[in-house]
Write a protein of this length. Sequence first.
Length: 210
Amino acid sequence: MVEDHQQTTSDRKKHILQVAQKIFARHGLVKTTLDDIAMAVGMKKGSLYYYFESKEEIFREVIAQETFELLEQLKNSIANEKTPEKKILRYVKVRLDYFRRMVNLHELSIQVILEAKPIFDKLFWDLRNKETEILSEIIDKAVKQGKFKVCKATEVASAMLTISNAIKFREFNSTTRHMAAEIDYSKVERDTNYILKLIIDGLMKEKKKQ
């Protein structure tokens, strides 16, 4: 009976998140209310609190699901790339493209993203650790193949992600735009690639002269 109850609760939460994801996509985080979600699910607002404490918690869980999908997409995107440098640059491009689609889909303003950072702090670090693992595997494999110099792969991977995020949030903090979707992401990509290519060039082993 307990297992049945847990399964029912789990299924109910999953259904709420599926419905909420569509509503967030339609109205954005700010305009969406718990009343909207409760009505779409077919329950009273008070009953919704049994499953989630707030709209922000629901949104965080929705983003958590989307980031899991992102990780799978990232792994698939680099699988066909032949060289470690192309894998790294492809990886960074896909994650930036995902972020751009996500902020556009949920109509997130720059202010909301910056203010919501504490809400997503744990999710950010969970994702960051998994991303670091994926990138460090690419670097470590390149070292073993003799393509990269011997280095601390995890630290290099973490530095690459830090740089990528720093350039992105630099644009958020310096822009006069209101919506995150209005940011010049092509500039973010160019600046990120420039720095990462410098790092990759430093990692590359020099070819021995014949």
